[in-house]
Write a protein that binds this ligand. Structure first.
Ligand code: ADP
Length: 305
């Protein structure tokens, strides 16, 4: 069996609105792949296509060697899917939720009990098995949802914005659990996210912008495309300041909202020089190492949100 999920020239239009524009990418088993993009960039559309809920307008998807267009049923058996809207019955206990799901997949009795125990152990929720879902924290509920999606031992796990609504520490625990799952069981994990910190923690990411894939690689590879440091300058008159900075320093500022963003070597020295040169025009200035947001700005000319 081919251990990859392949997307080739995938496009989708809703009426005249193009939501995906010739997207191509490959994800391998054992990695956590993040599809990062701001609202409206096409993440949900791609997610729906991969989870067999939406037929693409054109292009091809192969999941572990199965062609989506002709083998959706076989693909569904390989997929575990966690949607954005909670898929648990809050009034039932953790055990009851998982038992019902198991029955849907034809699991019962001892094998089902074992599988439930194994998954709850893996996701650190064993001690809450007899509690109603509604009393669990958001982070624990999300982990129970993932356990539920993994009951039938899928080879591919798709998650739509799994971290939305979770606090920073619950997000970190969730991504550790997903990474361990991918590595130890060779599961292919693909998630969508609009959170830069969540994307940062993925093995590889693809960045979507208005339906197009504008970057693909490890977070480190993408950030390495930006040489040196990034300097941000806040100014109430960025449009006039920008050409003046170009003229004096020979750098290439990008104006986004009230910020000028400049890539340069030795950012700390540049900050001092530029503030000295334009003390009245600059309200604040800072520099730092490139982030994924810088990558997004460099590629699209827009801030992430
Ligand atoms: P994201 O998940 O990144 O927010 P979506 O895939 O939901 O992006 O949306 C991509 C684009 O497609 C947006 O412009 C959105 O308005 C449009 N869109 C999404 N669903 C529909 C739909 N059912 N009908 C028409 N346009 C849609």
């Amino acid at each position: 069996m081919t251990d990859t999920l392949e997307v080739e020239n995938l496009s989708h239009t809703y009426g005249s609105r193009r939501a995906l524009d010739s997207v191509s990418l490959t994800v391998a088993s054992g990695e956590v792949f993040g599809l990062l993009g701001p609202n409206g960039s096409g993440k949900t559309t791609l997610f729906k296509i991969l989870s067999t809920l939406l037929r693409p307008t054109s292009g091809r998807v192969l999941i572990l060697g199965h062609e989506l267009a002709t083998a959706a049923k076989a693909i569904r058996e390989l997929l575990g899917v966690v949607f954005q809207h909670p898929g648990l019955d809050a009034k039932l206990t953790v055990r009851e939720n998982l038992q019902h799901q198991g029955h849907l997949y034809g699991l019962a009795g001892k094998p089902l009990r074992h599988r439930i125990a194994e998954l709850l152990e893996r996701f650190g929720v064993s001690d809450r098995i007899n509690e109603r879902v509604e009393v669990l924290s958001g982070g624990l509920q999300r982990r129970v949802e993932i356990a539920k999606a993994m009951l039938h031992s899928p080879r591919v796990l798709l998650l739509d914005e799994p971290s939305s609504g979770l606090d920073v520490s619950a997000r970190r625990q969730l991504r550790d659990a997903l990474k361990t799952l991918a590595e130890t069981e060779n599961i292919l994990v693909l998630l969508t996210t609009h959170l830069l910190d969540e994307a940062e923690a993925c093995n590889r990411i693809g960045i979507l912008d208005v339906g197009s894939l504008v970057a693909l690689g490890t977070p480190e590879e993408l950030k390495a495309q930006i040489g040196g440091d990034v300097v941000y300058i806040e100014s109430t008159n960025g449009e006039a300041l920008s050409p003046a900075i170009v003229q004096q320093f020979g750098v290439s500022p990008v104006l986004t909202d009230s910020h000028l963003r400049i890539e340069c070597e030795r950012g700390h020295e540049f900050v001092k020089d530029v503030v000295t040169a334009f003390p009245d025009e600059i309200q604040a200035a800072r520099f730092g190492k490139p982030t994924l947001e810088d990558v997004f700005i460099k590629l699209t000319g827009n801030r992430f949100e």
